[in-house]
Design a protein around this ligand. Structure first.
Ligand code: BGC
Length: 415
């Protein structure tokens, strides 16, 4: 009784600091991982932090590609109430770093030698002015096609390696009475397919148009051909495609009501969650004509809002994210490749192994490019200009020639 009373008064006296200490051991995490496979991957991170005594306050903002999450982030920062850790992509990280509001992770990065193990392409976003400002948790890529194996067998069984072969398979699937292409009509999803189609016109063309933003490449004949291909692909989606979430499109392929989906490898998280096996239930192939090349994006966690330096919880979170054992466990579930070069591929399925080897190969062959659709080719203003034109064209509001011209004009307007 006496002890309890003393403890109670001590707690009362120390009330304020007890609360502060508890908060310092929490992270509030803003993210857009709300689909089944994404949430399962997020759980791996949550549990890992729990074992280290770091509490988790969840701040999910649904919406693939993270546009809605970034709008919420802006509002929270403006209101002086930034979440402590935020999932972010590419140029968004750079933009926030330029505003001087991101925490500095140098101490943990130096201790754990991140410089040696994180691929240079990721360091370009995770470091700013020589300082580590975010912890990369994965590498995704956008030029994948996820194919229902039985549907492909019924469509002749030939894995398409060129645009023409792709069209042949899609036509055969249509004739077989299924939806050839599972797609959700949302700007970021349209733009994800666009990444792959641009890349299918060649590495030089992707570099010139999406990275260098060369006006001739953006408005020329090759870009018109890209839009022609987009128009052709549009003819294979079902009539309910508008607004559909990407994971529902993945389900259509998993169930076999659709033949294939063109989507980044977060889609594989859905196949994993549904306990499907690559090679048996489904196939993962690079978008025909892009074999050997990769358009990548990397989810990274940046830390916000600590006036008095980075909290222990934030540094612990950064350290957990970069742990090689965690990187394997997390990315097996997420569908992505690890953000370190030294993680063994043993635990990964065939698609995961391919993701890892494609990445290494593309990196050596100079055929690794930042994804425009997922914020790694250009800053948000340009990405949004691309979204607008691609979606207007996909919805039949612009001809292919008009779209190419409009793409160059609208990018020029925000440069
Ligand atoms: C992110 C993925 C996420 C996907 C769909 C991408 O931008 O990099 O982690 O799964 O959006 O939400």
């Amino acid at each position: 009784m006496k002890t309890t009373t003393i403890a109670a008064s001590v707690a009362l006296v120390l009330g304020l600091s007890t609360v502060t200490a508890a908060q310092a051991e929490d992270v509030e995490v803003l993210h857009w991982w709300t689909a089944g496979g994404e949430a399962a991957a997020l759980d791996v991170l949550k549990q890992d932090l729990e074992t280290q005594g770091v509490g988790w306050q969840d701040m999910p903002v649904a919406g693939g590609g993270g546009e809605a999450a970034m709008t919420t982030l802006r509002a929270r920062v403006t209101a002086g109430n930034a979440p402590t850790a935020v999932q972010m992509l590419g140029f968004d990280i750079t933009d926030w770093a330029n505003e001087g509001v991101l925490g500095n992770l140098n101490s943990v990065a130096a201790e754990e030698n991140w410089d040696e193990v994180v691929p240079t392409a990721l360091q370009a976003f995770a470091k700013h002015d020589g300082n580590w400002i975010s912890a990369p948790v994965n590498v995704h890529s956008t030029n994948w096609v996820w194919i229902n194996k039985a549907a492909l067998d019924e469509a002749g069984g030939k894995v398409p390696t060129t645009w023409e072969e792709l069209v042949t398979v899609l036509d055969a699937m249509k004739a077989n009475g299924i939806t050839p292409l599972a797609h959700g009509g949302q700007p970021w999803q349209d733009a994800t397919i666009f990444d792959a189609v641009v890349l299918s016109m060649g590495n030089d063309f992707y570099q010139k148009s999406m990275i260098d933003l060369d006006m001739d490449a953006l408005s020329g004949d090759e870009m018109t051909e890209v839009f022609n291909r987009m128009e052709k692909l549009r003819s294979y989606v079902d009539e309910n495609f508008s607004g559909r979430d990407w994971n529902l499109a993945s389900s259509m392929v998993i169930e076999g009501s659709a033949g294939m989906q063109m989507m980044g490898d977060w889609a594989k998280g859905e196949f994993v969650k549904a306990e499907q096996t690559p090679g048996e239930d489904y196939l993962c192939i690079r978008f025909p004509g892009t074999q050997g090349s990769v358009t990548f994006n990397s989810d990274q966690f940046a830390m916000f809002g600590q006036d008095d330096g980075d909290s222990d919880a934030q540094l612990k979170m950064a350290s957990s994210i970069m742990n090689p054992v965690f990187q394997s466990a997390f990315n097996v579930v997420k569908g992505s490749a690890p953000a370190r070069t030294d993680v063994p591929n043993d635990a990964f399925d065939d698609c995961g192994k391919k993701a890892m080897s494609d990445l290494a190969e593309a990196n050596t062959a100079n055929s690794l490019f930042g994804s425009m659709a997922h914020g790694h080719a250009a800053p948000a203003a340009i990405k949004n200009a691309v979204y607008d034109v691609v979606t207007q064209h996909f919805n039949g509001e612009l001809s292919s020639e008009e779209a190419a011209g409009e793409l160059a004009n609208s990018i020029e307007a925000v440069l």
